[in-house]
Structures are given as structure tokens and as C-alpha cells.
Design a binder for this molecule. Sequence first.
Ligand SMILES: Nc1ncnc2c1ncn2[C@@H]1O[C@H](COP(=O)(O)OP(=O)(O)O)[C@@H](O)[C@H]1O
Ligand SMILES: [Mg+2]
Length: 254
Amino acid sequence: MSHARIIVVGNEKGGAGKSTIAVHLVVALLHESARVMVIDLDVRQQSTGHFFANRAAWAAAEGVTLPHPTLPPIDGEHALRIGLTQDVDFVVIDTPGADTALSRAAHQHADLIVTPMNDSFVDFAVLGIVDPITLDVIRPSLYAETVWDARKTRAAARGGSIDWVVLRNRLASVEPRNRKRVDERIATLSRRVGFRAIAGLRDRVIYRELFPFGLTVTDLSRTVRPIQVSLAHVAARQELLVLTQELGLLESAH
Ligand SMILES: Nc1ncnc2c1ncn2[C@@H]1O[C@H](COP(=O)(O)OP(=O)(O)O)[C@@H](O)[C@H]1O
Ligand SMILES: [Mg+2]
């Protein structure tokens, strides 16, 4: 049986940044010499799958050595079964923005669930219902219930608990008022349903413009530089480092 740490990146919402977070986490772990398997359960979009195919193609074409994860064959159910028994340090599972049987199965195996969300009440609604007059959190909603079910199932089947982290993605440097309101609701909900809220990532072009090469800011070096990058990438690297530290991943990569 595998002793890999299983990380599920999930949210019942498209466009929240699941695939972006997944690929950045995987590359950060690879650069710490961790052995990583990646499973992309978004069978339709395959964003993460494409990213790592691009990475292999780019590295081969440029004659550059890069660390790569292992990827099981695409078929979702098969992939999940193989992935969960691999001899690797981490299995990172990207999921679709919808409630599917396969996504639920993945959640039930998670040691850590990472949920990115935009700084918006539209995204907040899949986690908790907010009173339209007072903006108080009334109760947990769709995705919080999915995680609750996964926690129950996992505790009953294998024991152990699931760490759940919610992070804000694509934070804008403006909009402090909306951010503060969303922050307060997240803090309330985090106590109610048991997740940790962490800062996450700002909205930065560098997080998406390296995608077609299958690269992230963590890869950039003198030989790995497919496009002109500004100094802003230094801030992005730092932000990612903080993210992996707050997730508690780098300690266990050794
Ligand atoms: N922090 C960020 N900065 C800039 N663009 C981002 C960021 N996070 C996500 N994006 C972009 O937002 C879109 C949705 O992100 P994606 O990771 O595909 O979400 P999901 O997998 O949840 O559907 C993509 O175009 C992606 O490049
Ligand atoms: Mg995706």
C-alpha cells in the first residue's frame, strides 16, 4: 500500500483556480525532489494533463532537463485506482468543478483538500449560504457538505482525518472593501465547518502565461526562460513559497 500524501484540489466551481493551483503545487514539490504522481479527474478539460504534456514536449524540444511527475493513463477511474497504490511521495489530484462520483471518491482518499476560491460572494456561495440582508453566514452549502461527507467516509473506512485548506485566488490589489467582507464570512465559516483559511495567490499574468510551455515561475532559471519575464516573477515565487509553507508540504517532502 502506498504511503503517499494525497492532496485533492477541489471546489464545486469552475474557474476558481484548481488547475492553476494543482500545477504550481506539483512543480514546487518536484523542485524539492519529491516523487509526485498527478491525476487529472477533469476528464473533459484536462488542463493539468495538458500542462504536463506541454512540459515534456517543451523540455524535449529545448533539450532542457526538468523534473516531471508521473501521470497514469487518462481514464479517470483507472487513474485513481493506480494512483492510490503508487510508490511516490505525493499524489496530487485535480478535480472538475462539478459533483461527480469520481471526484467524491478522490475526496474520500484525501489527506489534504486544497480549495481555491475567487474573492467573491459568487464563489463563497458554494461553501456557505449568506443572509442577503445581514450578510451573516446562515449555513454551510454544497461543497462544504461534500467535504463533510468525505471526512465521515474516510474516518469510518480508514480512520484518520482530512485537513482542509481554503485559499483565496486571483486577489486583486484593489477592492479592499469586498475582500474584507468575504474575509469575515470565511473566518466564520471556517470555525463552523473546520477548514484553515490562508492567503493564497494574487492575480498575476505570470501564473497563466507560462502554461503553454508547461512551466511555472518555480522552473525559471538562466536556461529555462521561454519568454521575457519581468522582475514581478520574484514576488510570485515568494508568494508560492509561502503558500507551500502554509500548506505544510515542504517539511514532508524530505
Ligand atoms: N492567480 C492567478 N493569476 C492569474 N490568472 C489566474 C490565476 N489563477 C487562475 N488564473 C486563470 O483563471 C482561469 C481559471 O483558472 P483554472 O485554474 O483553470 O480554474 P479551474 O481549474 O478551477 O476551473 C484560467 O484562465 C487561469 O489561467
Ligand atoms: Mg480545472
